[in-house]
Design a protein around this ligand. Structure first.
Ligand code: ZN
Length: 133
């Protein structure tokens, strides 16, 4: 893992949360992107080397909507940037880590992503992501 790529926060409303985070970070949102495969709308802020990603569910049955129903708004996942996702997945599998799905899929912000299963990472949802070149 070469850096924390982003920290993702589940919110009920991007319309309300974008101005709030712009005020707090002193930084404008640089991208709003819908990820159809996940049924989420995302908003990104650059903070130094890393980013903050806000996630709003677009589907009442979707993972973000359900997450907020269960736990309320808040920290959803931490994403580590890796150079080679396939190599890293292999390495971690050998160490006994489990993935929600071992097949990388296209995430927001031009990334390939996978999620580790939170049961093997002390309850924290961890994403690994690699830039698509
Ligand atoms: Zn993410």
């Amino acid at each position: 893992m070469h850096k924390i790529d982003h920290i993702a926060i589940a919110v009920k409303s991007l319309a309300l949360s974008i101005p709030l985070f712009e005020k707090m970070l002193g930084n404008s949102c640089y991208k709003i992107e819908e990820v159809a495969s996940e049924n989420v709308k995302t908003a990104f802020f650059q903070t130094g080397e890393s980013k903050v990603e806000l996630l709003e569910g677009m589907d009442p049955e979707g993972v973000i909507t359900k997450f907020i129903e269960k736990k309320g708004e808040g920290l959803h996942h931490i994403a580590f940037g890796v150079q080679d996702l396939v190599v890293k997945i292999d390495e971690l599998k050998k160490e006994g880590f489990e993935f929600i799905s071992e097949t990388p899929k296209k995430g927001a912000d031009n990334k390939l992503i996978v999620f580790l299963h939170p049961k093997c990472t002390n309850g924290v949802l961890v994403e690994l992501c690699q830039d698509i070149k």
